[in-house]
Design a protein around this ligand. Structure first.
Ligand SMILES: Cc1cc2nc3c(=O)[nH]c(=O)nc-3n(C[C@H](O)[C@H](O)[C@H](O)COP(=O)(O)OP(=O)(O)OC[C@H]3O[C@@H](n4cnc5c(N)ncnc54)[C@H](O)[C@@H]3O)c2cc1C
Length: 480
């Protein structure tokens, strides 16, 4: 087999399945449908809805008793432009301009753009109608609307429940606690004929007359895959659904699917021990590394901060602020889950407090003299131009630019977290899974975090390409 079951160094087993592909025609099929969808998060639910609307029979198999994976954990923030709700408010966005800002984040985080026009611009240009407007058909309402983002009321749980309900209402059969463990494929063409799953201790063969959609999510909870593919993902703090173990990716790879950007993860700077998300709200603070230096514009995109923190010595950084700032913005200015005066976190050892900058440097074991120089320089800028010539930070409402000089001083450790994996299967703009030879693998489609993508919008792309997968797979000619 390609990867599954191979012990690395005698101890590592990525997937405990004897063989990810079943290469024979099964003697019996236990279940069958025109379209089989593996995974019922937003990608799988969107695919199922679209396929069912094309009047074919659809069966969704999900290994969890309560499907929804990472989608349920999400905040419901969708990168979308020019939807009707945005248009109504005059919040228009030029697609090429948005594309440029997305490419900047891609470059800064070492993402290789594979299909810039086929996939990325297709999403950007159609996201308003095909995601923002489409979701309103299922009762989704938006509570936060800006030119490049919609956040739905109720976030991930509301989104998942609306899409899953819509799929069921369209006659989609949903099997839970049904773990897909193998793809059934023809050895001559690699065409996918169905899947093998496990349910209640039984091994069941499920025929897919038209094809299979893989939407089994990321591999962010599979430490062994992360160790092989993603140094940052391996060391990052996991804030992801435990079911995100990547079997779908392994199965498709065993069938010859190409993969891209497997190193690349999604995440945000997080505060260890309490797993809190760093979310600036009017705080003035700087980040320093163990050497006592700043290394980034702290107001940058959270994915960029996550990446930059990983590349610092020890894969971590310290947020440093002072009591004046704490009075103004409170601990909530660092993370909504921290207490206002940080007393609790100081007692827990999550936050360090010291009467002088020197004592703070010693407490967090960073280079004292360069740290003092860094803060001195920062304070000079804060009292003069409020412009940072090193990394381009300016004064802003979320991240203010004030001196750090009022004792006691505070330091909070930040580490990179992993909420999902962005690398994955190489799928084209029609959601067809491509082989290592660049050709579509017959009857195999994929969408969501299992696919390399999500850099524009994780949820948005999962829905958009999930719909495309569902539409295309339902148009395949049945093989029997
Ligand atoms: C804390 C957090 C916050 C986030 N916030 C946002 C946000 O605000 N905006 C945004 O765009 N993105 C956000 N994301 C990312 C977003 O949630 C994901 O990109 C998206 O939900 C992926 O959807 P999916 O359908 O591909 O996978 P999932 O939602 O993970 O669904 C996968 C499904 O497949 C099932 N499955 C897995 N393996 C198998 C198998 N072998 N057989 C059968 N079933 C299987 C699982 O049980 C699961 O139900 C966030 C993620 C996290 C963790």
């Amino acid at each position: 087999m390609a990867i599954g079951g191979v012990g690395v160094g005698g101890a590592l087993t990525v997937m405990r399945v004897a063989e990810p592909i079943y290469w024979k025609m099964p003697e019996r099929w236990d279940l069958e449908a025109d379209v089989v969808v593996a995974g019922f998060g937003v990608a799988g639910a969107s695919a199922a809805i679209e396929a069912a609307e094309n009047k074919v029979s659809v069966m969704v198999l999900d290994k969890s008793p309560t499907p929804g994976g990472n989608s349920v954990m999400s905040g419901g923030n969708m990168g979308v432009i020019n939807s009707s709700v945005q248009r109504e408010r005059g919040l228009l966005m030029e697609p090429a301009a948005w594309g440029r800002s997305v490419v900047r984040v891609m470059k800064e985080t070492h993402w290789e753009q594979i299909f810039p026009t086929e996939r990325d611009m297709k999403y950007i240009e159609n996201s308003g109608k095909e995601v923002g407007d489409w979701l309103r058909n299922f009762g989704i309402e938006y509570e936060f609307v800006i030119p490049t983002l919609l956040r739905n009321k109720g976030g991930g749980p509301a989104l998942v429940s609306a899409l899953q309900k819509a799929a069921r209402e369209r006659g989609v059969r949903v099997e839970t606690e049904f773990k897909v463990i193998q793809l059934v494929a023809r050895p001559d063409t690699n065409a996918v004929l169905g899947v093998v799953g496990e349910k209640g201790g039984s091994r069941l063969f499920v025929k897919a007359r038209r094809g299979v959609v893989l939407s089994t999510g990321p591999f962010s909870a599979n430490k062994e895959m992360l160790k092989l593919y993603s140094p940052i993902g391996y060391r990052a703090l996991p804030i992801t659904a435990a079911i995100s173990t990547g079997e779908g990716l392994i199965m498709a790879q065993a069938l010859g699917a190409a993969v891209a950007n497997l190193h690349h993860i999604s995440g945000f700077p997080a505060i260890p021990k309490v797993n809190a998300r760093f979310r600036p709200q009017g705080i003035s603070a700087i980040f320093v590394n163990e050497k006592g230096y700043r290394f980034v514009n702290e107001a940058e995109h959270f994915e960029i901060l996550n990446d930059k923190i990983f590349y610092q010595p020890g894969h971590h950084a310290w947020l440093v602020t002072d009591s004046e700032q704490l009075k103004k913005s409170t601990g909530k200015g660092i993370s909504t889950t921290l207490s206002e005066d940080l007393t609790r976190e100081v007692e827990q050892g999550v936050v360090y407090r010291a009467p002088s900058l020197e004592a703070l440097a010693d407490a967090i074991k960073i280079d004292r003299s360069s740290f003092l120089r860094t803060v001195r320089t920062w304070n000079e800028w804060a009292k003069a131009t409020k412009v940072d010539p090193d990394f381009g930070r300016v004064d802003s409402p979320t991240f203010t630019f004030s001196p750090i000089e009022s004792p006691p001083f505070y330091a909070v450790e930040l580490v990179p977290s992993i909420s999902g994996t962005n690398g994955g299967l190489l799928a084209d703009g029609e959601s067809r899974v491509l082989s290592v030879h660049g050709k579509p693998i017959p009857r195999l489609y994929a969408a969501g975090d299992i696919v390399a993508g999500g850099m524009i919008s994780h949820l948005g792309e999962a829905i958009f390409f999930g719909r495309i997968a569902g539409r295309n797979v339902s148009k395949e000619q049945p093989w029997s």
